[in-house]
Each structure stands twice: as structure tokens, then as C-alpha cells.
Design a protein around this ligand. Structure first.
Ligand code: 9MR
Ligand code: 9MR
Length: 571
């Protein structure tokens, strides 16, 4: 008896529930829900607006994972194929959120997550005809930005005023960081290169819609133009970020009028610009009408940034050290990466493919690290691998010889992600390893999905596609928090993200299409979380910037995953 009570007290606090992708399923695709707290074995699926069940089945035996809370049972209703709007019901537990079975079921999700970037344009209004309820005035012209003392150079002494407009707001804050911009922009450019047809079909209803360029490329150019302006024309070096000294309050963009600075050049920033500018230059050659002349400027900038980085290979961004030496103190996000070997590899691969010159490739050990890591803002070597396998047929011999290795490494990494899903109660690659639950864990899940899509394309094996879709299901609701992490998509989605416009705009619903950071047992914000269990350490509260902020570098891989899955499932 006592033992039973003790067990009960130790059991993770978790309410019963039916967790599934709240957006929906493909008619011919697998359909899994996960049930917590079931007493019996039965489940059924009925039309969302009531009526007789159209499908019934038996729950699978309970499975447990220490990082995922209470034991859970899968409900597999893949055999239900008729399009419609449904709920899944379990006696004693209740009904799931409603979901749809339909072809192209994630098309709106991909569109919405891409449209999110339009709402984040710096130096431009979100116009009512495109932004509806979330229209807002322009913020941050960024045409009078000061050179911070840490960034001074002979041609641009401290206090020099420069113009560096456009770009996207990074996250819930209003600053612009080259490092997080780099991976975000590179990921979206990869999407254009990998799924050009799907990208043409992705219409996001932005001011440029209807021109002869895909909306996604128009959106990306908004940020590329800003990144280019972060380069000091005097030496090719690149400022690490453009920022106010402190984070603003919870105000609208146009109300944040504190002075903005470009801060210290860094090797990481130079290499991020080199990689993105080289890649964007290559993509623009396919769309010469998009921005005449820009492809050439970008390639020039990429080479200059690369040369600066080669001459300054270890200029780290260390905000604490910087604040000891310069005024004013800078308190905003650091993105302080200490290992730049992967940034060198990424820039080298992009420059190799764009120029066809193996000197870039030979300059640094692009394939040095045999372990493939899921990309993140501070870990980008895998982006180099993506580009190398994409251009397998046009590489100079030095790189081509090694290509088999890269292909093998990507597939091995995808295999280990896929294997983790098998016995996992939620049957998802995400979080089989509890270390996946970091600040921005939703971005981890999206980047894993992206890697799985590469393995699918390299091998043609459907199981990798299925695993990518499993992570999309995770993000849209097949997880123990009961949330679909994409604002505005699903029955139960974050309402209070740590996102200044959503908080300050007076509109009840948050700006749609943003992926919340997701569970993070690190809880660096000190807010009240309902649980410390890794997969449950999430709170939909404004307070929680460590679990409920949004960020461009989490949304970008989500767009890739959603559109990539759509393209593959439609084939
Ligand atoms: O609002 C800031 C958020 O965008 C950042 O991601 C986060 C971590 O750098 O910091 C938030 O700002 C908080 C600051 O760090 C500490 N004081 C409270 C601020 C707002 O909640
Ligand atoms: O995504 C970043 C995460 O990996 C770091 O642990 C965290 C603390 O340094 O910062 C996150 O990035 C934030 C950035 O510093 C400022 N803008 C908001 C970003 C997302 O929270």
C-alpha cells in the first residue's frame, strides 16, 4: 500500500489525453495517435461534427520512455482513408482535437510558416491587404545605425553612421544577428534548390506575389540584402549583429526607437555571409530577372568575406569580454560560437559549387568530422554536406571523389534517427535521445526531419520519408504537451509566445505561422513549468523565452520539412 502511494507521487504529473497531428493526415499515409491514461483497449474515429464512428481499433500495448512522461499507447488508424474532418475518441480519456484527412494536408501549414517571415520584415510595414489582423506600421528603418566602438575600423571609426535596413527580426526580439540569419537563409535557399517546383507553387500573398520570381525567393532576398550590408566594404569583414544595447520592452516594432549599433566583426559572421552570399548568387543565376546585378555583387561579397575569415580565423564573439572593453554594454543575444571549423566547411562547400574552383575546397578540411550533426545555428557542417550531395554531378574531381563518403554519412545519421523511433511511445525520431530537448527543441525536430528527407532522396526509401513525416506529426501535436507548436495551426496551439508583436498588437491570437521553441528542461528563463520531464518541460506563457519564444532559425527548417513532405507525398 505504502509502496503504491509512493509510486503514485513519483509518477510524472500528466493529464490523460489523445495526442495527434492536429492539422491532419494524407489519405494513403500512416495515421498514428498516442493516448495517455487509457483504461480499456478500444478507440474509434468519428466525424468531427458528431455522428457514428467510421473506424474502430485497438490500442497498442503501453510503451514508456524516461524523457517522455507517463506510459502511452499508440492508436493506428492508417486504414481509414476517406477524406473528411474527424476526431479520435477513447473511452475514459475523451476526444482528440479535430483533424483532417485530405490530400495536400500540409500545404497551408507550409504556406503559413513561410508567410511568418513577411510579418517579420524589418524596415517595412505589414500591410493590411497581406497581413490582415496583424497589420502594423514599419519599424526600425536602420538607415542610421552606429558603428559600436567594438566594430571600429580605419574607414569607419566608432560612431560612424551606416545604413543597414531590411532583414527579418530574429525572434521574439527585434535585433538582427548574422549567425542565425545565415542558417535560416541557407536552409530556405536549400529548399529552393531541392524542391524548385514546390517552391514555385508556394504562394504566400506578399507584395511581390505575381512577379516572375517565387515568393520564397523574394522573401529570402529581403534578408540577403540586409546581410550584404553587414559587410565592411573597407576590408570584407562582417559585423556580428545589428542591435539595440538592451532588449526592448514588450512593444511594437515602431515603438522600439532606441539607438541601433553594428557590433564587432567576427569570423562566424564572415563565414555565414560567405556561405549564404555564394549560395544566393548561384540561385539568382536561375532567376536573373529577380534582382539584376545582385548575383555578381553577392559573389564578390562572398569571396571578400571568405578572405577576411582566412586572415582572421579565430575572432570569436565574446560579449562578456567585449563589455569589459567598450561602451555601451551590449546585452542582447550573443550567438557566441566557439568552434568555427564547421562554418569554414560550409562556406568552402558553397564557394566550391558556385565558382567551380577546388581551391576553396582544398583550403579547409570540409569532411573532417565523420559524425553528422543535425544542423543548428552553431553547427553547420551538415549544410555543406547537403550542398555537396545536391551537386554530385557538377563537382570538380577533388570533391567528387569523396562524395560517396558524404552520402554514406548522411544515410548513417538518418538511420540512427529512424531507429530511435521504433520503440518510442510516440514513434518519432525526435527526443529518442533526451539531449534533443534543448532551447529551440522544435528546431531540432524540424532539422532532423530535413535530414531524413535528404536520406529519402538519396536512397528512394520510403521509410525515411515516413520518419520525416513523424517529426512533422510531433511538431503539430503528436507529443505529450498536447500542443501543436505552430501558432494558428491546430485546435490547441501557443497563445502566449515570447514574441513582442504578438504581445503588443492588441490582437488576441498571436501572429500565425510561428513555431514555438518547444520543451526545454534547461528552463533558463526561471519561469514556472508544469513539468521537468524533458518532453513536457514547456509552458505557453509570455514569461518563457526558453521554451516559448519563436525564431527564424526554427521556422526555416519547419518550412523545409512541411513543403518537402508535401512535395514527396504528392509524388
Ligand atoms: O526577450 C528576450 C528574448 O528575446 C531572448 O531570447 C532572451 C534570452 O536572451 O532574453 C529575453 O529578454 C529577457 C532578458 O534576457 C532578461 N530580462 C527579461 C527579458 C525579457 O523577458
Ligand atoms: O537559439 C539560441 C539558443 O540556442 C541559446 O541557448 C540561447 C541563449 O544564448 O539563445 C537563443 O537565441 C536567442 C537569441 O540569443 C536572441 N534572440 C532570440 C533567440 C531565440 O530565443
Amino acid at each position: 500500500m505504502l509502496a503504491a502511494i509512493a509510486l503514485l507521487l513519483l509518477a510524472p504529473q500528466q493529464t490523460p489525453g489523445v495526442h495527434l497531428n492536429q492539422v491532419g493526415f494524407y489519405p494513403d499515409g500512416e495515421k498514428i495517435a498516442v493516448v495517455v491514461g487509457a483504461q480499456g483497449d478500444e478507440f474509434w474515429v468519428a466525424p468531427a461534427n458528431g455522428g457514428e464512428p467510421v473506424f474502430s481499433g485497438k490500442l497498442e500495448p503501453p510503451r514508456e520512455h524516461p524523457a517522455w512522461g507517463a506510459p502511452a499507447r499508440r492508436a493506428d488508424f492508417s486504414a481509414l482513408r476517406s477524406p473528411g474532418q474527424y476526431r479520435l475518441e477513447v473511452p475514459g480519456v475523451g476526444a482528440s482535437p479535430s483533424f483532417e484527412i485530405a490530400p495536400e494536408v500540409h500545404a497551408e501549414v507550409a504556406r503559413g510558416a513561410m508567410k511568418a517571415f513577411y510579418y517579420h520584415r524589418v524596415s517595412a510595414p505589414a500591410l493590411p491587404e497581406y497581413a490582415g489582423r496583424w497589420a502594423r506600421p514599419a519599424g526600425h528603418p536602420d538607415d542610421r545605425v552606429r558603428v559600436h566602438p567594438s566594430a571600429a575600423s580605419p574607414g569607419r571609426p566608432a560612431g560612424t553612421v551606416i545604413s543597414a535596413p531590411y532583414g527579418w527580426y530574429d525572434a521574439g526580439d527585434y535585433n538582427k544577428y548574422v549567425v542565425s540569419s545565415g542558417i535560416s537563409t541557407g536552409t530556405l535557399l536549400a529548399l529552393i534548390e531541392d524542391y524548385p517546383e514546390a517552391v514555385v507553387g508556394l504562394e504566400t500573398d506578399i507584395p511581390e506575389s505575381g512577379d516572375r520570381v517565387p515568393d520564397l525567393l523574394d522573401e529570402v532576398l529581403w534578408n540577403v540584402r540586409w546581410m550584404l550590408s553587414m559587410q565592411d566594404p573597407g576590408d570584407g569583414g562582417v559585423y556580428h549583429k545589428l542591435t539595440t544595447a538592451e532588449f526592448s520592452g514588450m512593444v511594437m516594432p515602431h515603438e522600439d526607437t532606441a539607438p541601433r549599433f553594428v557590433v564587432q566583426k567576427s569570423t562566424a559572421a564572415a563565414l555565414n555571409l560567405a556561405a549564404v552570399a555564394a549560395q544566393a548568387s548561384r540561385v539568382l543565376r536561375r532567376y536573373p530577372e529577380a534582382a539584376p546585378g545582385l548575383a555578381d555583387s553577392l559573389l564578390h561579397a562572398a569571396v571578400a568575406a571568405w578572405q577576411w575569415a582566412r586572415e582572421h580565423p579565430d575572432v570569436l564573439y565574446d560579449q562578456g569580454g567585449l563589455n569589459r572593453r567598450f561602451d555601451p554594454d551590449i546585452e542582447t543575444g550573443a550567438y557566441g560560437d566557439r568552434n568555427l571549423a564547421d562554418e569554414f566547411a560550409w562556406a568552402a562547400a558553397e564557394l566550391l559549387v558556385t565558382t567551380g574552383q577546388d581551391s576553396f575546397y582544398r583550403a579547409v578540411p570540409v569532411l573532417a568530422d565523420s559524425a553528422v550533426t543535425v544542423p543548428a545555428w552553431n553547427s553547420v557542417r551538415t549544410l555543406a554536406y547537403y550542398t555537396l550531395v545536391r551537386f554530385v554531378d557538377s563537382l570538380p574531381p577533388a570533391a567528387a571523389d569523396e562524395l560517396e563518403q558524404v552520402r554514406g554519412r548522411l544515410i548513417t545519421a538518418a538511420d540512427s534517427l529512424a531507429a530511435g523511433a521504433e520503440d518510442h511511445p510516440y514513434r518519432v525520431p525526435m527526443g529518442a535521445n533526451p539531449r534533443d530537448f534543448v532551447w529551440g527543441s522544435s528546431g531540432v525536430a524540424a532539422n532532423q526531419g530535413m535530414l531524413l528527407l535528404y536520406a529519402h532522396r538519396l536512397t528512394g526509401e520510403p521509410r525515411y520519408l515516413q520518419r520525416a513525416l513523424d517529426n512533422l506529426d510531433y511538431l503539430l501535436g503528436r507529443n505529450p504537451t498536447g500542443y501543436s507548436f505552430l501558432t494558428g495551426f491546430g485546435d490547441r496551439t501557443p497563445m502566449h509566445p515570447h514574441h513582442r508583436p504578438s504581445q503588443a498588437d492588441g490582437v488576441e491570437d498571436p501572429v500565425p505561422g510561428w513555431l514555438s521553441g518547444g520543451p526545454n528542461p534547461g528552463r533558463q528563463d526561471g519561469c514556472d513549468y508544469p513539468s521537468t520531464v524533458p518532453a513536457l518541460a514547456y509552458v505557453d506563457d509570455l514569461c518563457s523565452y526558453a521554451s516559448n519564444e519563436v525564431a527564424i532559425n526554427w521556422n526555416a527548417p519547419f518550412v523545409y520539412l512541411a513543403l518537402g513532405v508535401e512535395a514527396e507525398m504528392g509524388d
